[in-house]
Design a protein around this ligand. Structure first.
Ligand code: ATP
Ligand code: MG
Length: 716
C-alpha cells in the first residue's frame, strides 16, 4: 500500500531508483527528468519501507527554498512526522552543526556570520592595517583569493605561494583570519570548512554523526566544490547509504570552484554505487527539449545522454530582436499582458538574465506597467544599505566584539567622528590585540582625544549602552523597533528626500515585521532570539531565493533559476559579450560553462520560451552594439518563430500606451503609439531632450527604427 503511494507517479526507471536496495546510488540524468522527484520519493521510501527514522536522514539541497519544498512534499507521503529530518543547504546545515558544537569548533558562543559585503570591508581594513597599498592589493582580489583557498579547504599555512604577490596574499589571508577570530565572526566559507575540520579532528563527534545519519542524499551534485565533497564524505559513515543526484550538463558554478569531476570521484570513492540514468523529460514541450539538446550537443566531453519526451511539440520558440534594452523590456511586458489576458497567473512566468544589472530596466518597465514582480537574488532586502546598518547596530549591541559592525556604524548616522579618530582606535586595537570597542573605551579613559572628538565618542558609547539596557527586557520585535528608532537611523534616512528615503524607512520598518515573523517560528534552545535572528539575516542575504510566493512575475539570473521550472520563460539579453559573457568568450572551457548556463535557462521552460536580444544596449555607462548570441544560432531554425528573420529592426513593438506612464515628455512617452506622415505607424522606444529639442526613437512597423524630432509625429 505504502509502496504504491510512493511509486505510483513514477516511471519504471524512476521506480527502480526509488525502490533500489539500501546502498549507494548515482543518478545521472538530464534536466527535467525527475531527479529531484526521485530524491524526494526515495526519502519517503527509506522511511516508510526501509523503516529508517527521519532522524537518521540528511539531505542537501541547493537553496533553502528547495529544502522547504522538499520537506513539504516528503511530509505529504509520510505517516510519521518529518521534523527531525535534516534537510538544508551546505551552509545552513553547517551553521546548525557549529551552533551545536561551537565550543569544540573553537568558536565563541555568540559567533556571527560575515556576509560577503562585511567580509570585503574586513579584508580592506586588514590590508590597510598591514600598510599595504590598496591599489596593488585590491581587497576584492584578496577576497577572491581567500575564498578560493577556503573552497579548496586550505588554511593560510597550507597555501603554497607562487611568487611575491602570492606571499602577500597569504599574509592578508592570515591577518584576516586573526581579525575574524578576534571579533568572534566567521565567513560563509568558514561555515563549511570549520564543520569539516570539526569532524576530521573530533573522533567522538564523527562517530556520533556516523551513527546518526544512515542515509545521505544530495541534489544538484554537479555543482559541489572540493570542500563540499570533503564535507559530504566526512558525514558518511561505513553504514551510510548515499544517493547523489546530478547532471553534468548543468554544472554552472565552475567559476566558484565547483568540480564536475566530483561525479567521477564519487564513482571511484564508492565503487558499489549503482548508476541510474533517467531519459524521459516531463517538464518541457518537444520543441523546447529539441532546442536544449541541440544546444548542449555543441559541448565536448559530456557524459552524454539522450532526453526525450512524450509531450506535445508545443509552440515554437519566439525570438525577438529588440532595438535597445528598453524596447526589449517593453516587449516582455507586452507579452506578459497578453498572457494575463489569456488567464495565465503571473507566477507562471519567469524573466531570466545573465547579469544582475540587467534587471533594473526590466523592473522599471514592470513597475510602470503596474505588474507585480519579485527579484530573486541580487540586491535583496537584507542586502540593502539601511538594513545592513540596522543589523550592524543589533550585532554590536548583541556582541561588542563585532568589529565589522562597529566600523559600519561608528559614524552612521554621522555624529562627527572623523576618519582620523577611527584610525587611532583601529591602531590602538591592533597594537594591543583587542577589539575596536575595547580600544575605544580604553582611549576614552586615557583622555586620548581632543574635546570634540571625545564628546562625540562618548555619545556613541552611551548610545550603545543605553540601547543595550533598554532592550534587554523586551521581545525581539520590540528590540528591533527600539534600535531602528533609538539609533537615529530612521531620522537619518528621513533626511534623504523623495521616494528613496521613504523606501528606506519602509524597509527599516519591515525589519520589525521580519523579527516578529521570525519569533513566531520559534528559535533554537541554545540561542537568544536576537542571536538566532542575526544568523538568520546573514544566511538569508546569501540565499538566492525569496521566501514569499505572491502572485508575481519572477525575475532572476540564470544561475538562480537552477532546479526551478516555469510554464513561460523569457530568456533576455541573448547577445554576444553579455551571454556568453565577455569574460568567458575566449576561453573554450568557460564558453562551455556559458552554454550549460543557456541549457539551464532553456530547460526551465515548460510550455513557452521567448528569447530576446537588443541591438544596442547601454552597458557600463556606454552604448554597445553586439551581435546576437551564438547560442541562438545553435538552435535549429525550424524550432524558432519567424521573428528571427526580421532581425533588421523591422519588427514592431506592440505596446499598449494606455497601460503605463513611463519616461515621458509632454504628450509623448515611451511605449506610445504614434503616426508619421511618411513612415507610418510605430511605437516610441526612447526619448531624449525636451521641448523643441526633443528627439524620439520610434520603431515603425514598416521601416524599422528611426530617430526623429518629436514634432513630426502625431499621437495615435
Ligand atoms: P532539473 O535538472 O532541472 O533539476 P529534475 O531532473 O530534478 O530537473 P524534476 O524537477 O524532479 O526534474 O521534475 C521535472 C518535472 O517533471 C516536475 O514538474 C516533476 O513533477 C515532473 N515529473 C517528474 N517525473 C514525473 C513522472 N514520472 N510523471 C509525471 N511527472 C513527472
Ligand atoms: Mg532538480
Amino acid at each position: 500500500m505504502k509502496h504504491n503511494m510512493i511509486l505510483n507517479s513514477l516511471n519504471p526507471a524512476q521506480q527502480d531508483a526509488v525502490s533500489a536496495p539500501f546502498g549507494h546510488q548515482l543518478i545521472l540524468a538530464g534536466a527535467g527528468s525527475g531527479k529531484t522527484r526521485v530524491l524526494t520519493h526515495r526519502i519517503a521510501w527509506l522511511v516508510e519501507v526501509e523503516n529508517i527514522s527521519p532522524f537518521n536522514i540528511l539531505a542537501v539541497t541547493f537553496t533553502n527554498k528547495a529544502a522547504n519544498e522538499m520537506r513539504t512534499r516528503i511530509e505529504s507521503m509520510l505517516s510519521v512526522p518529518a521534523r527531525h529530518m535534516w534537510i538544508g543547504t551546505f551552509h545552513g546545515l553547517s551553521h546548525r552543526i557549529l551552533r551545536a558544537h561551537w565550543e569544540e569548533a573553537g568558536l565563541s558562543e555568540s559567533f556571527q556570520i560575515l556576509d560577503s559585503d562585511d567580509q570585503f570591508r574586513m579584508i580592506r581594513r586588514v590590508i590597510n592595517a598591514l600598510n599595504l597599498d590598496e591599489d596593488r592589493f585590491p581587497p576584492k582580489e584578496a577576497q577572491w583569493f581567500i575564498n578560493a583557498q577556503k573552497e579548496e579547504g586550505r588554511e593560510p599555512h597550507q597555501v603554497q605561494p607562487r611568487d611575491f604577490n602570492g606571499q602577500t596574499q597569504i599574509k592578508i589571508y592570515q591577518a584576516y583570519q586573526e581579525a575574524c577570530q578576534r571579533s568572534g565572526v566567521i565567513d560563509f566559507a568558514d561555515l563549511l570548512l570549520l564543520t569539516y575540520k570539526l569532524l576530521q579532528s573530533n573522533a567522538e563527534l564523527r562517530l556520533h554523526y556516523h551513527q546518526r545519519f544512515r542515509a545521505l542524499l544530495v541534489d544538484e551534485f554537479q555543482d559541489t566544490n572540493t570542500i563540499q565533497y570533503a564535507w559530504l564524505k566526512s558525514f558518511a559513515g561505513p553504514d551510510c547509504a548515499i544517493m547523489i543526484v546530478g547532471d553534468d550538463d548543468q554544472s554552472i558554478y565552475g567559476w566558484r570552484g565547483a568540480r564536475i569531476e566530483n561525479i567521477q570521484r564519487f564513482s571511484k570513492d564508492f565503487p558499489s554505487a549503482q548508476i541510474i540514468r533517467l531519459e524521459q523529460n516531463y517538464r518541457s514541450t518537444g520543441t523546447i527539449l529539441k532546442a536544449a539538446n541541440a544546444l548542449i550537443e555543441q559541448n565536448a566531453g559530456r557524459l552524454g545522454k539522450n532526453l526525450w519526451t512524450e509531450g506535445k511539440e508545443g509552440e515554437l520558440i519566439t525570438l525577438y530582436a529588440a532595438f535597445n534594452e528598453t524596447d526589449e523590456a517593453y516587449f516582455v511586458v507586452n507579452r506578459i499582458r497578453d498572457l494575463q489576458r489569456n488567464h495565465h497567473s503571473l507566477r507562471e512566468i519567469a524573466i531570466l538574465y545573465r547579469s544582475n544589472a540587467q534587471s533594473r530596466v526590466i523592473e522599471e518597465a514592470l513597475m510602470q506597467s503596474g505588474i507585480p514582480y519579485r527579484v530573486y537574488g541580487g540586491l535583496r532586502y537584507f542586502d540593502r544599505a539601511e538594513i545592513k546598518d540596522a543589523l550592524a547596530y543589533l550585532r554590536l549591541i548583541n556582541n561588542c566584539a563585532d568589529d565589522t559592525a562597529f566600523e559600519r556604524i561608528i559614524n552612521t548616522p554621522t555624529r562627527g567622528i572623523g576618519d582620523r579618530t577611527i584610525v587611532a582606535i583601529r591602531e590602538h586595537a591592533k597594537a594591543s590585540g583587542i577589539t575596536l570597542w575595547d580600544a575605544l573605551l580604553q582611549l576614552q579613559e586615557q583622555n586620548f582625544f581632543a574635546a570634540r572628538a571625545a564628546s562625540a565618542l562618548n555619545a556613541f558609547i552611551e548610545l550603545i549602552n543605553n540601547l543595550q539596557d533598554k532592550i534587554s527586557s523586551h521581545t525581539l520585535n520590540k528590540q528591533v523597533e527600539f534600535v531602528i528608532h533609538g539609533s537615529g537611523l530612521i531620522d537619518h534616512y528621513r533626511k534623504e528626500k523623495g521616494e528613496r528615503g521613504l523606501t528606506r524607512i519602509e524597509n527599516l520598518e519591515e525589519l520589525v515585521n521580519a523579527a516578529h515573523q521570525f519569533m513566531q517560528e520559534g528559535t533554537p534552545d541554545n540561542m537568544t532570539p536576537m542571536s538566532a535572528f542575526l544568523s538568520y539575516a546573514a544566511l538569508e542575504s546569501n540565499d538566492d531565493q525569496a521566501s514569499a510566493f505572491d502572485d508575481c512575475i519572477q525575475l532572476m539570473t540564470l544561475h538562480t533559476a537552477k532546479g526551478l521550472e516555469f510554464p513561460v520563460v523569457f530568456l533576455t539579453g541573448c547577445e554576444e559579450e553579455l551571454f556568453p559573457h565577455f569574460l568567458s568568450m575566449h576561453d573554450p572551457k568557460k564558453l562551455e560553462e556559458e552554454r550549460r548556463l543557456c541549457y539551464v535557462g532553456v530547460t526551465r521552460a515548460m510550455r513557452k520560451l521567448y528569447m530576446t536580444y537588443a541591438e544596442v544596449r547601454r552597458m557600463h555607462g556606454k552604448e554597445a552594439y553586439h551581435r546576437p548570441s551564438r547560442f541562438i544560432s545553435e538552435i535549429p531554425v525550424e524550432l524558432v518563430d519567424e521573428a528571427r528573420f526580421r532581425t533588421k529592426v523591422t519588427r514592431p513593438t506592440i505596446v499598449t500606451a494606455a497601460s503605463y506612464q513611463p519616461k515621458s515628455s509632454g504628450k509623448f512617452r515611451i511605449g506610445q503609439d504614434v503616426h508619421h506622415r511618411i513612415f507610418g505607424d510605430g511605437t516610441i522606444i526612447d526619448i531624449e531632450g525636451s521641448g523643441e529639442d526633443m528627439k524620439v526613437k520610434v520603431r515603425f512597423e514598416q521601416v524599422g527604427t528611426k530617430q526623429l524630432i518629436a514634432s513630426y509625429l502625431e499621437v495615435k
